[in-house]
Each structure stands twice: as structure tokens, then as C-alpha cells.
Write a protein that binds this ligand. Structure first.
Ligand code: ADP
Ligand code: MG
Length: 266
């Protein structure tokens, strides 16, 4: 006799996918419609609409101040004043609090690294642990464990007992990503992973993103470095002053001198 398999999806996602004519394309993980945000009286994002599909790596590009970080924060429910609709796996998360969004399988790596400096690498990883998940169509997914993560981040595997405060900036960046993966996310929002880290770490980030994609994790990446974005992404949206000015494949972006010159620093 087999025990009934418990539903390990978050309460937000239990009860199966919604049905009916309103049901969007099931391959769309994240669907953002006409998202606007304000900081106080300052209007920052203007009616952004974009999506991330299962298995995709999508780059959200634009210069400093364009609104990339604000977009990721707004998706995570971390910007108080906002308007528009955000759906994750077909469920409206526009009004959900950040912790519920994270437990629904949306991982977030903020631009400032937030590791615990007094805790070791292994202890930091434990902080991020969430139960294993099933895929949106019900198949069990292989959970992330420290051992599995050390294959992805070999340098972390060499220092499992080192306190976070005694790691380099790049190593801390990797640990932040690894800790987010301990939550077994379907989609990870990565805010400027290549910023301010040594070239060797940037190479490691490229490799890591390729391996995550191969493992079935989807990624929405905020990035102003076109070279980095080209190496890892399938598609891009380019932001300027809180508006989407371009959307298309990386090949289309590479071929569009005008867009690159106007909205990116290349
Ligand atoms: N906490 C905040 N309060 C007020 N304004 C902010 C805050 N955070 C960002 N901004 C402003 O919002 C705009 C977008 O910023 P941000 O999303 O950080 O851009 P990016 O990540 O693309 O560099 C900028 O004009 C920035 O000055
Ligand atoms: Mg930013």
C-alpha cells in the first residue's frame, strides 16, 4: 500500500492549476502585465509587461537607474506602491507578501549580498532550505542539497566551514545564489550577478547559469553588461526610465545598433 503523496507545493499553488478560458499559456512561469510602481510621489515603472517561460533565461537590461532592481523587487512584492498584475504559474501574486511568493518557488537574489557573516557556508545554506517540490505538472523535482550545490560551486565546496564574513565578495555572491537555490525555486530573479565581481567569478557565473538552465531552472536576470547577458540569455527586455524600449532575442539586440547605443552603455 502506498501512502498518498502529499502536495508539497506551497499553499498558494495547491488545488491544481486554475481552469477555464482565462487560463494562460502553461509554459509561461511569470506573467507581468502593466506593472507600475512609485517610491513616494516618484513614478518609477510605467506599465511594464513581460513574461518568462519555463526553461528560459531572460535578461532585463538597461543603464543604472533604468528600473531593473525595482522591477525585480516589485515582482517579489517588495515595493509598497504598485499597480498591475503579476502571475506566477498561473496564480495571481500581485497582492501576496514576499514570503508567500518565495515559498511558491520564486527565488530572489538581491544586488546587495545578504549572507550571514557569522554563519559558515553550510549554515548559510541551511537558512535557505525549503521542502522539495514537484514540477507544475506534478513530477517530483530533484531537490538542491549542499552536496549538489558544491558541484555547481566547487569553490564553496572547498570552504564549507568558513564563516561568511571571511569570504571574498565573489564567493559571497555565489553563496547568495546557492542559498536561494536551497529553496528549490522554479524561477530565480538574479539582480546584476556580474556587477563588482572579479572576471574569474564572472566566468563562474556564466558557467553556473548554463548549468542551472540545463537543470531546468528558469532565470530572470537584471544586467547592464551586454557581453555577459549575451553569453547566458535567450531573450532580452531593455528598460529606460522605467519603460520597456526593446524586446527580442539576443541576436536581434546584438544586431540593433540604435537600441544598444541609446539604452545600453555599448
Ligand atoms: N528606495 C528608493 N527610494 C526612492 N527612489 C528609488 C529607490 N530605489 C531606487 N530609486 C530610484 O528608482 C529609479 C530606478 O532605480 P533602480 O530600480 O535601482 O534601477 P537599476 O536597478 O536599473 O539601476 C532610480 O531613479 C532610482 O534613483
Ligand atoms: Mg539595480
Amino acid at each position: 500500500m502506498t501512502a498518498p503523496r502529499s502536495d508539497r507545493r506551497s499553499p498558494l499553488l495547491q488545488g491544481g492549476a486554475p481552469r477555464g478560458p482565462a487560463q494562460p499559456d502553461p509554459r509561461v512561469l511569470l506573467d507581468v502585465r502593466e506593472l507600475s510602481t512609485w517610491y513616494g510621489a516618484a513614478h518609477i515603472l510605467f506599465d511594464l509587461s513581460f513574461e518568462v517561460r519555463a526553461g528560459e533565461v531572460v535578461a532585463l537590461m538597461g543603464r543604472n537607474g533604468a528600473g531593473k532592481s525595482t522591477t525585480l523587487k516589485a515582482v517579489m512584492g517588495m515595493v509598497e506602491r504598485r499597480r498591475g498584475q503579476v502571475s506566477f504559474l498561473g496564480h495571481d501574486i500581485s497582492r501576496a507578501p514576499p514570503h508567500a511568493i518565495a515559498s511558491a518557488g520564486l527565488g530572489y537574489v538581491p544586488e546587495d549580498r545578504r549572507i550571514f557573516t557569522d554563519l559558515t557556508v553550510l549554515e548559510n545554506l541551511e537558512v535557505g532550505r525549503q521542502p522539495a517540490r514537484t514540477s507544475p505538472d506534478g513530477r517530483p523535482l530533484e531537490p538542491w542539497t549542499p552536496d549538489r550545490l558544491f558541484k555547481l560551486f566547487p569553490n564553496l565546496g572547498e570552504m564549507p566551514h568558513r564563516p561568511g564574513g571571511r569570504m571574498s565578495g565573489g564567493e559571497q555572491q555565489m553563496l547568495t545564489v546557492a542559498r536561494t537555490l536551497m529553496g528549490n525555486p522554479y524561477l530565480v530573479l538574479l539582480d546584476e550577478p556580474s556587477e563588482g565581481v572579479a572576471p574569474v567569478i564572472v566566468e563562474g557565473m556564466v558557467q553556473m547559469i548554463h548549468e542551472l538552465k540545463a537543470a531546468g531552472v528558469s532565470i530572470l536576470l537584471s544586467e547592464q553588461n551586454l557581453h555577459f547577458a549575451e553569453l547566458v540569455s535567450d531573450r532580452a527586455y531593455v528598460l529606460e526610465k522605467g519603460q520597456i524600449r526593446f524586446q527580442g532575442s539576443m541576436q536581434q539586440l546584438a544586431a540593433d545598433d540604435e537600441v544598444r547605443r541609446a539604452y545600453l552603455s555599448v
